[in-house]
Write a protein that binds this ligand. Structure first.
Ligand SMILES: CC(=O)N[C@H]1[C@@H](OP(=O)(O)OP(=O)(O)OC[C@H]2O[C@@H](n3ccc(=O)[nH]c3=O)[C@H](O)[C@@H]2O)O[C@H](CO)[C@@H](O)[C@@H]1O[C@H](C)C(=O)N[C@@H](C)C(=O)N[C@H](CCC(=O)O)C(=O)O
Ligand SMILES: Nc1ncnc2c1ncn2[C@@H]1O[C@H](COP(=O)(O)OP(=O)(O)OP(=O)(O)O)[C@@H](O)[C@H]1O
Length: 487
């Protein structure tokens, strides 16, 4: 087992206080997850100061600390100017630099990270690789599968997980890299074989301040010291810009004519999306994915580019995409025998909502698009009017609650409505009870209509005030359809 002296060697600029021979069994940033023998790392955050939980951590068995100021308690400590800056390298070394022993693919971008990660995982699994996946829905490898708290885990959880994967024989891992994760140093100490940039549109600006800063955070995934090779989407100007700025080998994919993997001729059939990828301006490749949407053709093209960079054969890539399982809550069709289409989707940005509504229109040009949408409480208030404006492009938009938490759902919907005042919309209905809103949409749907229930995708819990209860949009939709069919 490593000692505090060994850990000091990983952060030599730290000031060592106390006995360096103490053995360290684990490392954590959260006092609540300290186990006996662990080092507790105290960060100053926006809500708490981790230094206030040092006594709590010691009571749970912490034997050493990483702190920003010396704590007047009898416990060995490493003192650094910034714990968040120091922790990535420390935990990477502590867990034996597991990322260097993996083909690790990191995916960043506003939309499409989860979907693209499942496409890549499907191809790599079919190629006989032992894969791991880390993202918004779950962290899984072998028989282990845990629901995620975060899209990108804190550095101790990340490196511990990668270590477990290496020990289990995993050779390839696909992980989602959020801008929060990059900004908060959660991926420090991690080496990526390939970094993917899907796209960028305004989101999380309450956190990042400006879209430039949001872009700058994402661009840090592509630093030469962190990532060997880049795969970059050209469907937003930010990807085009990144492709000209990165200092690592890069290939591009998407609709732009100069893309190395150019996406063309996107069509839908009863099984999903069929599209052509033109590789290097010459090789034309007709591919399919069992999910709808032009954006999913782009996500699939990203997966193709990654798979080719990893040396996967063409027919394995084709089958890996064609046989990919449903990604939970991403364009997930709910079919209980009704004569109209019902889709649960995770769209929660204006861009993705517009793309989704366009896909629904293309799928069923004769019917109406009936939308159930809200905006999440406490998150990203700045995007709400634009989200409302995007929602208003549906034929019927039923605005409702989406995990309001401590916020007043009526006030959130008012902010959505603020974006619809000067646009020409057909019908907007407010129904704050989400289950009621889903029921209403199903009730008014007629043959050929498409009901889109968006924002929560795979999520199963719903928080109103301090009360958390079960609400899965997919179950609620199915129940409403069955109730309608039974009448
Ligand atoms: C804005 C943001 O990302 N904040 C995260 C950040 O908060 P923070 O640095 O302000 O820390 P804090 O909550 O004040 O706590 C300070 C320290 O005290 C510690 N603490 C706190 C309480 C306690 O009892 N004991 C204890 O040790 C905490 O572990 C932390 O180290 O570090 C905390 C500890 O890990 C996270 O809980 C917190 O996530 C908040 C709750 C959150 O909602 N994050 C979301 C926005 C997020 O990260 N999302 C991205 C995906 C975004 C997307 O693309 O959709 C993600 O990667 O999941
Ligand atoms: N390439 C894309 N461009 C635009 N919208 C997309 C794209 N891919 C997916 N979407 C939309 O965004 C929603 C979320 O997709 P996905 O979960 O793959 O993205 P994400 O980046 O992982 O999101 P999050 O970080 O919030 O989990 C989908 O349900 C779909 O509506």
């Amino acid at each position: 087992m490593l000692t505090l002296r060994d850990l000091h060697g990983l952060v030599p600029s730290a000031r060592l206080v106390g006995d360096p021979s103490v053995a360290i069994a684990d490392i954590t940033l959260d006092s609540r997850s300290v186990s006996p023998g662990a080092m507790f790392c105290a960060t100053r955050g926006s809500r708490f100061d981790g230094h206030d939980f040092v006594s709590d951590a010691i009571a749970r068995g912490a034997v050493a600390l990483l702190v920003q100021h010396e704590v007047a308690l009898d416990i060995p400590q490493l003192v650094v100017p910034s714990v968040r800056h120091a922790i990535g390298g420390l935990v990477a070394g502590f867990f034996g630099r597991p990322s260097e022993r993996l083909d690790l693919v990191g995916i960043t971008g506003t939309n499409g990270k989860t979907t693209t990660s499942y496409f890549i995982d499907s191809i790599l699994s079919l190629a006989g690789r032992r894969t791991g996946l880390i993202g918004t829905i779950e962290a899984r490898f072998g028989d282990s599968n845990r629901p995620s708290m975060f899209t990108t885990p804190e550095a101790p959880e990340l490196h511990r997980l990668l270590r477990q994967m290496v020990d289990d024989g995993v050779d390839s891992v696909v992980m989602e890299v959020s801008s929060h994760g990059i900004d908060q140093h959660r991926i420090d100490g991690t080496s990526f074989r390939i970094g993917v940039f899907t796209n960028l549109s305004p989101e999380h600006l309450d956190y990042h301040g400006t879209i430039e800063q949001y872009y700058a955070a994402k661009a840090q995934l592509f630093l030469p010291e962190r990532t060997k090779q880049a795969v970059i989407g050209t469907d937003t100007e930010w990807g085009v810009r990144l492709a000209t700025q990165v200092r690592i080998p890069a290939v591009t994919y998407g609709p732009a004519p100069f893309s190395d993997y150019r996406v063309e001729d996107v069509r839908y059939d009863e099984y999903g999306t069929i599209f052509t990828v033109v590789v290097g301006g010459r090789r034309r490749w007709r591919l399919r994915v069992p999910i709808y949407g032009i954006h999913n053709a782009y996500n699939a093209a990203a997966a193709v580019a990654v798979a080719e960079a990893l040396g996967i054969e063409g027919d394995t890539i084709e089958r890996g995409l064609a046989e990919c399982h449903q990604v939970a809550g991403r364009f997930q069709r709910i079919d209980a025998g009704q004569p109209f289409t019902v889709v649960v989707d995770y769209a929660h940005t204006p861009d993705s909502l517009r793309a989704l509504i366009a896909t629904a229109r293309a799928l069923s040009p004769k019917g109406r698009v009936i939308l159930v949408a809200g905006a999440r409480g406490r998150r990203d208030r700045l995007k709400r009017p634009e989200l409302g404006r995007a929602a208003a492009t549906a034929d019927v938009a039923i605005l409702t609650a989406d995990n309001p938490g401590d916020e007043d759902p009526g006030e959130i919907v008012a902010q959505l409505l603020a974006g619809t005042l000067d646009v020409d919309h057909k019908q907007i209905i407010v129904e704050l009870d989400r289950r009621g809103a889903i029921g209403h949409a199903i009730e008014i749907a007629e043959e050929s209509d498409v009901v889109l229930i968006v924002g929560r995708g795979h999520e199963q819990t719903f928080r109103v005030g301090q009360t958390v209860y079960r609400l899965d949009d997919r179950e609620a939709a199915r129940e409403a359809i069955l109730a309608k069919l039974a009448r």
